[in-house]
Each structure stands twice: as structure tokens, then as C-alpha cells.
Design a protein around this ligand. Structure first.
Ligand SMILES: [Zn+2]
Ligand SMILES: [Zn+2]
Length: 269
């Protein structure tokens, strides 16, 4: 998301209205999205056109995202992860600590909200209505859904769903949180993903090779080697392929294709 934003800033000179793009991207509900995006469109129509038609809303907006996700939206996942973990890359244990810390913060925030909204909730069974500051949300625990859309997308209970859970299960509600989140977040699932061992390749002298392969000589493939520097292939993210170069202009006569030192109007040389 930020990666795409920086591309917009460079390619469409919309730095001043970029905060509107971020607001729209982070919105969970369509109404909130539209409010921000329309204002953005007003200020930077060209960049808005790219976002709407070249990239597509579902690539960068939470509200338009079709599947489940956890809080992060990106067109280039490697860059996002890198940015998040750049201070923690060594040793590995500190990465886990920082992830645990971040999740802890998110859960604490929701806990505080639950305590506050304890008295402002009605409903029974699995449907609840939570009255918050300025907004009312409808929670359905069975469908893992809330009208704020956060629960629908992330599949971890949003603050409203937490409040609903508390009113259903009392102070013991903490035990049932996993029942109402996706199994994806359980530690059993996490461990299962890493349960298969990865075999290390031993040193060459310990390789055990069949006799008939030992006698085979493998030659390099028959290709013409081209002279000159090799072309570098880079994998580009979505929307990175639109024009980006601004041609440089001479600072004296403001025309392109030459620079100040080679300008005909330059008196010094
Ligand atoms: Zn909610
Ligand atoms: Zn010039």
C-alpha cells in the first residue's frame, strides 16, 4: 500500500493529497472509502484514474478486498515485510518478540474498548448490537461478521465482536476467542505449517550417487554468448510499469535535450 503510494507521489506529483489515498485504503467500510476517494479524485484526478482503472480497487483498498487478510495490504509483500522487520532482522528471536509485541498492542486496544462498551450492548444468542461513540455496529458471531467490516475481513474479533462475546460468555469470554476467529490464527495451525522437516544437503564428499550417473559427463548448454552487459530482469509490482521519467530541462533556456553546461545561451563558456 505504501509502496503504491510512493509510486503515485513520484509519477503523478500528488504528494499533497496522498493522505487521502491512505485514508481511503485503510477504510474498512465502503462509505468511508468513498468519502476519502472522491476527495482524492477531486484533487488528483490523474492519479485517481490510475488507481481506479489500471490498478483496481481490490488491490489496495481494505473495503474492496474480497478475501480474508490480516491488517496489511500490499502490492509488493517483500518490501512491506522488509520495512516492518528492518530493525529486527538479527537475531531471529527478536523478530518473534516484535511480532508478539505488535499483536499484544492490538489486542490491548480492543480490550480497552470492550471494557468501555460493556454497558452499551443489546442482543442475545449470536446477534448483538453494539452502541459506540457516534456509531452503532451489528455483530453476528456465527457468521464472523460485523457491520464495521473489520471482523469480516480480518477474521479476528473486532472491538464490537469482543464486546458481544463478553456479553455472551461473561468474564470467561477470553477462553472462547479462538472459537470465533479463523483456525488460521491458532498455534496448532502455525506449528503444523512448520511440522515437516527440511533436509540439509550434506557436503559433496558424502553424496551417495548411483554408479551409472558417476560416469556421465554433463556439458554446459549450447548457446551463443552475447557480447556486452547482461540485461537485468526485475520483477515489477502492480502499476509500476507506467511512465515515470520526467525529461530533464536546461536550467538556463528551459528547453530539453541539453544541459546548462552545453547551452548555447551560456555566456561563461
Ligand atoms: Zn466491528
Ligand atoms: Zn539551454
Amino acid at each position: 500500500m505504501r509502496h503504491l503510494g510512493e509510486n503515485l507521489r513520484v509519477n503523478h506529483q500528488c504528494g499533497d493529497s496522498l493522505y487521502l489515498y491512505y485514508n481511503a485504503a485503510k477504510a474498512y467500510s465502503l462509505k468511508e472509502f468513498n468519502d476519502h476517494f472522491l476527495e482524492f479524485k477531486d484533487k488528483s484526478p490523474e492519479a485517481a484514474f490510475v488507481l481506479e482503472h489500471d490498478v483496481g480497487f481490490e488491490k489496495w483498498s481494505r473495503a474492496y478486498f474480497l478475501g480474508n487478510m490480516y491488517d496489511v495490504m500490499t502490492t509488493n509483500i517483500a518490501e512491506s515485510l522488509n520495512a516492518m522487520l528492518i530493525d529486527e532482522r538479527e537475531p531471529v528471536t527478536s523478530i518473534f518478540n516484535s511480532i508478539a509485541k505488535r499483536f499484544g498492542e492490538l489486542f490491548r486496544e480492543r480490550h480497552a474498548y470492550v471494557l468501555k462498551s460493556k454497558k452499551n450492548i443489546t442482543g442475545d444468542g449470536n446477534q448483538f448490537i453494539v452502541f459506540g461513540a457516534g456509531s452503532t455496529s451489528t455483530v453476528n458471531l456465527l457468521e464472523k461478521s460485523c457491520s464495521c467490516r473489520e471482523y469480516d475481513l480480518v477474521k479476528i474479533l473486532c472491538a464490537h465482536a469482543m464486546a458481544a462475546l463478553r456479553s455472551k460468555h461473561g468474564d470467561e469470554y477470553g477462553m472462547s476467542i479462538y472459537e470465533y476467529s479463523l483456525p488460521l490464527y491458532k498455534d496448532e495451525t502455525y506449528l503444523l505449517a512448520y511440522s515437516e522437516s527440511i533436509n540439509v544437503v550434506p557436503i559433496k564428499s558424502k553424496w551417495c550417487m548411483p554408479e551409472e550417473l558417476l560416469s556421465v559427463n554433463i556439458f554446459p548448454p549450447l548457446v551463443d554468448t552475447k557480447l556486452g552487459r547482461k540485461k537485468r530482469k526485475c520483477v515489477k509490482g502492480v502499476s509500476e510499469n507506467f511512465k515515470s521519467k520526467r525529461s530533464n530541462k536546461c536550467s538556463i533556456c528551459k528547453r530539453s535535450r541539453h544541459k546548462r553546461t552545453t547551452c548555447m545561451n551560456n555566456n561563461k563558456s
